[in-house]
Design a protein around this ligand. Structure first.
Ligand code: CS2
Length: 483
């Protein structure tokens, strides 16, 4: 079959080769290609060719190898009730693989045309301590970058190396645009990057703190990992082979704090002064529900989020989590109807065209729980409000990270703290009264307050006891609304 490329797909409305590199993006995974690259593609289509994207992978060459023979074009398969429609995205001008030549990436970030460096490197990619949002100075990649500042490994290391070079060359700093689901993502990344710079050179740390902009963002689009079935279906539908298409939903949302001293594309996003209420609503409702469903659903044998939503009891648990425990903690963003927002979320979760695996969402729980569930829990505890559903979400994570499922089969737990969590859970055994306090003692996740909070500890221990003795399904069944 013919491969997608510029010559086999001549219908793009702009010539990517004519675009300038206005953006360098670190972490060109599926989410970036379905979200920011799609928004940027729309800008390029208007004829504003200042904003081509140079993508960089910080680890594997896979994306570059798949897209290079396709002139960096790829297909976005957009799924909704009407089925799937296809769109070819041309916004990527090129792809670098950082470990192959770190200096080349730093140099690319120093081109005068580059006004923005955006990032989707996942929560763990910032090498921070999730409970406090500060740089984990003992992180092996940070230790490496302190020893080799010119040839970094971590995302913060690349940002600091390029900002240092630009400063030395008299170039303005680029704007750093974090597009990961971190709480207060702009401020968190600013804190991490300035601290790393400060450890290298105090003056550089001050310069970044004073002159670099770190606008905060709320990003939203559900983008499951691409499968071979997706590749085959999309090739059959479009008539062109694409080694790395991306499947996503029709829904997309992007709220951005409008702070771009070097200018920005005219993205069809919502630009605001304060993104906090948008971010908290999204992290607590969407991502909080996602993670709770991922752990409970995985343990109950559900492969995807759509499968979880087919399970009436689990769907009811999710509604009750959102309605009875999360909503009250939110400051509703201006112009938002929270009921409509939640109804839309449930529809999005049900989308059968998205095979979003519970295992995928379950990944990196130690980095996700604080902003998805623990912040909500702190607010509820402060208000003296009950937390049965939230505590069950946390307990399901605990049951999951023991690494053995309800049938005694191993779970492939992926998490930067996996070894520590496994050691703690192995020594506690499958006994809630020992396992819950053991895991709650991990301050990098739970901070210094939650592990010693009697109400929280009791609620989590009780939920975990039920998960261990009765199983996931029987436990969330107790959340079924009474007829
Ligand atoms: C998901 C998110 O993988 C996960 O942890 O919860 O990637 C989620 O799909 C996005 O944040 C939706 O915007």
């Amino acid at each position: 079959m013919t491969r997608l490329s510029r010559s086999t797909f001549p219908r793009l409305s702009y010539d990517p080769a004519q675009a300038e590199t206005g953006i360098v993006h670190l972490g060109v995974g599926a989410f970036h290609r379905a979200h920011q690259a799609d928004y940027t593609d729309a800008v390029l289509q208007t004829g504003d060719l200042r904003w081509g994207i140079l993508g960089a992978s910080l680890r594997s060459p896979d994306t570059r190898d798949a897209l290079k023979p396709q002139d960096n074009l790829y297909t976005l398969a957009i799924s909704d009730e009407a089925g799937e429609r296809y769109k070819v995205i041309g916004a990527l001008r090129g792809l670098l693989v950082a470990p192959e030549n770190p200096a080349a990436l730093v140099e690319a970030m120093c081109q005068p045309s580059v006004k923005i460096v955006s990032l989707t490197v996942t929560e763990k990619g910032y090498c921070h301590d999730p409970a406090t949002g500060t740089l984990n100075e003992a992180h092996p990649d940070i230790q490496h970058d302190l020893a080799h500042p010119e040839a970094p490994r971590s995302a913060p290391g690349f940002l600091v190396a390029a900002l240092r070079q630009r400063h030395a060359r008299g170039l303005e700093p680029f704007t750093i645009l974090c597009c990961d689901n971190l709480p207060a993502n702009g401020r968190t990344v600013a804190r991490v990057v300035t601290r790393l710079a400060h450890l290298q050179n105090e003056e550089l740390g001050r310069y970044i703190a004073d002159y670099a902009a770190f606008p905060a963002t709320m990003v939203d689009r559900i983008v499951p990992a691409t499968t071979d079935q997706d590749r085959a279906r999309i090739a059959a539908a479009t008539g062109l082979e694409d080694q790395w298409p991306i499947v996503t939903e029709a829904f997309t949302d992007w709220v951005i704090e409008d702070n771009f001293p070097q200018g920005r594309p005219d993205w069809a996003a919502t630009f605001v002064n304060d993104i906090a209420p948008f971010e908290t609503m999204k992290l607590r409702l969407l991502n909080g529900a996602h993670s709770s469903m991922a752990y409970l659903g995985y343990l109950a044998g559900h492969e995807t989020i759509a499968d979880c939503m087919q399970d009436e009891a689990l769907a009811q648990f999710v509604s009750r989590l959102m309605n009875e425990e999360v909503t009250e903690t939110l400051t509703v963003p201006p112009g938002t109807d929270v009921s409509a927002y939640k109804a839309a979320l449930l529809r999005r979760f049900r989308n059968p065209g998205l095979r979003h695996r519970t295992w995928q969402i379950a990944m990196d729980g130690s980095q996700k729980l604080p902003q998805r569930l623990l912040g909500t829990i702190r607010d509820r505890l402060k208000a003296g409000a009950p937390i049965p559903a939230l505590a069950l979400g946390v307990a399901a994570w605990m049951r999951y990270v023991t690494g053995v499922d309800e049938k005694g089969q191993p779970i492939d737990v992926r998490d930067p703290l996996k070894d520590e969590l496994r050691t703690l859970s192995n020594s506690a055994g499958l006994d809630a009264a020992r396992l819950a306090p053991a895991l709650l003692s991990v301050e990098r996740i739970f901070g210094q307050d939650l592990g010693t909070n009697g109400v929280f500890t009791a609620a989590v221990t009780q939920a975990l006891h039920s998960l261990i003795t009765r199983g996931s399904k029987a436990t969330y069944e107790t959340f079924r609304s009474k007829p």
